[in-house]
Design a binder for this molecule. Structure first.
Ligand code: PLP
Length: 397
């Protein structure tokens, strides 16, 4: 690879690329995984239950069901609600594709609702406008780590007798009106992908207070079989029955041991993310052309992402140029997300088109995610701000 050239052809702000997200793994994490490797159980052993209970404790729910990814968590949630062909589920246009894909996995139809232009969170008014006699559920997404407005969303779903799932993959450790994320909907899904707050490599958990839904998800994650290997071992019985069609969505003891030590650092990780966000907020307040997303004052934001909107009217470039220029400066910016209804798959199979969710589509042209992870040093934060200032200055009309 050739030497990186900055926007002005000179020296870039950083020699090496600062990623937008990165896991923090310490010696406790490593030791916990090694302990499992020396134990009798590599998968579906005691660490799974321990991790489920620890995640449920963070969420303030009675149940946690561990699965192999955040995507599997969403699929298990949609399955447990009995959603199938002919049903519709409302999802936001701005999210990772997995939110809508989980609906498609069950043969149902995702219906895209537009987002609030300030927060990019699903707009309860747009949700209500999309309800039809076929609607069975709404999946909200706590985008970037900010909880949606659950009092308003719950009022809508209760008025229409719908289920509510919170795709909380960005927001573990956050809160809404002092209530923890993970307890805000009937089913709440987390992801433990390395860029998230708690990293297990791959992994997910669904939290709920409904023991029957939890039981259904435990069967679903294990091929549809009603007992797991360890339970049969404890009972001294070989007999098992497959009672439903399920998947192998189990999470291993290796992953769960790592998840447990990672969870110990969650509060610290969220606090560090909030400190970084505050530093960005202060500096960007003085910089024309770059505005952070709006944050409501009834949330504790978990800051999985720090997303800014670029005011491109004040400059002579598009978002793609700003993206490339920041990368050239060594700042690993990213874009979250391509509105899901614009993906070719959805256009082809569900007839979705540009124009369906105008706020999401307009925002998509202007958003950038700045680096945000707890291991960032203050000097990394300063580098990001220096580079953003330099690029916006260079491109000012
Ligand atoms: C909002 C959202 N939902 C679901 C997922 C899927 O999680 P996983 O990657 O663990 O399958 C992600 C992951 O990036 C996500 O950001």
């Amino acid at each position: 690879m050739g030497e990186r050239l900055a926007v002005d052809g000179g020296t870039p702000v950083r020699k090496t690329l600062l990623p937008y997200g990165r896991q923090s793994i310490d010696e406790h994490d490593i030791a916990a995984v090694v302990d499992v490797l020396r134990s009798d159980w590599l998968t579906t052993g005691p660490k799974v239950e321990e991790f489920e209970q620890a995640v449920a404790a963070v969420a303030g729910t009675t149940e946690g069901v561990a699965v192999s990814s955040g995507t599997a968590a969403l699929h298990a949630a949609v399955y447990a609600l009995g959603i199938g062909p002919g049903d519709e589920v409302i999802v936001p246009a701005i999210t990772f594709a997995a939110t809508a894909n989980a609906v498609v996995f069950q043969g149902a139809t995702p219906v895209f609702a537009d987002v609030d232009p300030g927060t990019l969170l699903i707009d309860p008014v747009q949700v209500e406008a999309r309800i039809t006699p076929r609607t069975k559920a709404v999946i909200s997404v706590d985008y970037a780590g900010q909880a949606c407005d659950y009092d308003r969303l719950r009022a809508v779903v209760e008025r229409h007798g719908l289920a509510l799932v919170d795709d909380a993959c960005h927001a573990i450790g956050g809160a809404y009106k002092s209530r923890p994320v993970g307890s805000l909907a009937t089913l709440n899904t987390f992801s433990f992908h390395p860029v998230k707050h708690v990293a297990t490599g791959e992994g997910g958990v669904v939290t709920t207070n409904d023991s029957e839904l939890a039981r259904r998800m435990r069967v679903f994650r294990n091929h549809g079989i009603s007992t797991d290997h360890r339970q049969r071992e404890q009972r001294g019985s070989w007999f098992y029955e497959m009672v439903e069609l399920g998947y192998n969505y189990r999470l291993s003891d290796i992953h769960c041991a790592l998840g447990l030590t990672q969870l110990d650092k969650l509060a610290q990780s969220v606090t560090r993310r909030q400190v970084i966000a505050a530093a960005y907020d202060v500096a960007l307040a003085d910089l024309a052309g770059v505005s952070p997303l709006a944050v409501r004052d009834d949330v504790s934001h978990a800051y999985h992402l720090y997303v800014v909107q670029l005011d491109l009217e004040a400059s002579n470039v598009d978002r793609g140029q700003v993206f490339r220029a920041l990368r050239a400066e060594g700042i690993g910016v990213n874009v979250h997300y391509v509105p899901v209804h614009l993906h070719p798959y959805y256009q082809r199979h569900f007839g979705t088109r540009a124009g369906l969710c105008p706020n999401a589509e307009a925002a998509y042209e202007h958003i950038l995610s700045l680096p945000m992870f707890p291991g960032m040093k203050d000097s990394d934060v300063a580098d990001v701000l220096t580079a953003v200032g330099k690029i916006m200055e260079a491109y000012r009309r």
